[in-house]
Design a protein around this ligand. Structure first.
Ligand SMILES: [Zn+2]
Length: 311
């Protein structure tokens, strides 16, 4: 029997209005678990890639571990990995298509012992997000809940290690369910794969670059990039009509080189938008045409005379 839930999404339009969208979400009593320990393979319809029987535990990475350490999870020595749908969707939404495709290819790769578990379509695994709960906390809670379900589904015969970067989750869930362990990724590598040197080196270099990013961010007072002009100058420039404010829309087909700027209050691309070329591939960026444009937090500021380039 399918169960129906309704997901409510609140989307903000360019004009600043909030749209309420209701999506139907169907839950099934069983989805493929892809474990050789499954007590009812026919009910689960395990007709795809299965996890190996030759493992001492299953490993379930939390959403952030999949985002940050995918290159390590790709090591073929790391067996018995279950990627939860919640973690995969977090990669899709927050890391973009390239990283998501890497993950999909890994799941399809028959040489690599890992599977996908569609936890958000399974009746007992799907959790509603609580009022006030952050998306990140809901994702970790959902993944832990699915890990527990999976452990019991395999009749408590295979220990499960959930690997997370969330200290609070380690404290909260670490000793909640016998047989389901919750530890950090570094701890996991140190304890389960002490001799797999390449993974330790890669993990260290990922941590090092993260530390450097955090330091840079602290040095620039939490800003990810240096400001081209101080905020006061921009505000004064808008007031005195030296600058016009608009929203930058990057052309997704030519994201490295082309974007449009929509003037505030303008409704369509054709009226009041201007085509610009991007100098650097990484936004936020400076814009070469018109040369005096300044980018700041999703907004672009132009001297008004440059809007002669209307398209
Ligand atoms: Zn099963």
């Amino acid at each position: 029997m399918l169960q129906k839930r309704e997901k409510v999404l609140l989307l903000r339009t360019f004009q600043g209005r909030t749209l309420r969208i209701v999506r139907e979400h169907y839950l099934r009593p069983s989805v493929p678990c892809n474990s050789p320990l499954c007590p009812q393979p026919a009910v689960c319809r395990n007709d795809g890639k299965l996890l190996s029987s030759d493992v001492t535990h299953y490993m379930i990475p939390d959403w952030k571990v999949v985002q940050d350490y995918l290159e390590i999870l790709e090591f073929p020595e790391l067996k018995g990995i279950i990627f939860m749908q919640t973690a995969c969707q977090a990669v899709q939404h927050q890391r973009g298509r390239r990283q998501y495709n890497k993950l999909r290819n890994l799941l399809k790769d028959a040489r690599h012992d890992c599977v996908l578990f569609a936890n958000e379509f399974q009746q007992s695994c799907y959790l509603l997000r609580e009022r006030g709960e952050s998306m990140e906390k809901w994702q970790s809670r959902s993944i832990y809940n699915a890990a527990t379900w999976y452990y019991h589904h395999c009749q408590d015969r295979m220990p499960i290690v959930m690997v997370t970067e969330d200290e609070e989750a380690i404290q909260q869930y670490g000793s909640e369910t016998e047989g389901v362990f919750v530890i950090s990724f570094k701890n996991y590598l140190d304890n389960f794969w002490p001799d797999l040197k390449a993974t330790h080196e890669l993990c260290e270099s990922i941590l090092q670059s993260r530390r450097e990013r955090e330091n840079e961010s602290q040095e620039s007072h939490g800003k990810e990039y240096p400001e081209h002009l101080p905020l006061e100058v921009l505000e004064a420039g808008i007031k005195s009509a030296r600058y016009i404010q608009g929203t930058l829309n990057v052309n997704k087909h030519r994201a490295q080189i082309e974007a449009f700027v929509r003037l505030q209050g303008a409704s369509s691309k054709d009226s009041g938008s201007v085509k610009v070329e991007i100098v650097r591939s990484y936004v936020p960026c400076q814009i070469s045409l018109p040369t005096l444009a300044v980018w700041d937090r999703g907004l672009v500021f132009f001297p008004p005379q440059l809007f002669v380039y209307n398209f």
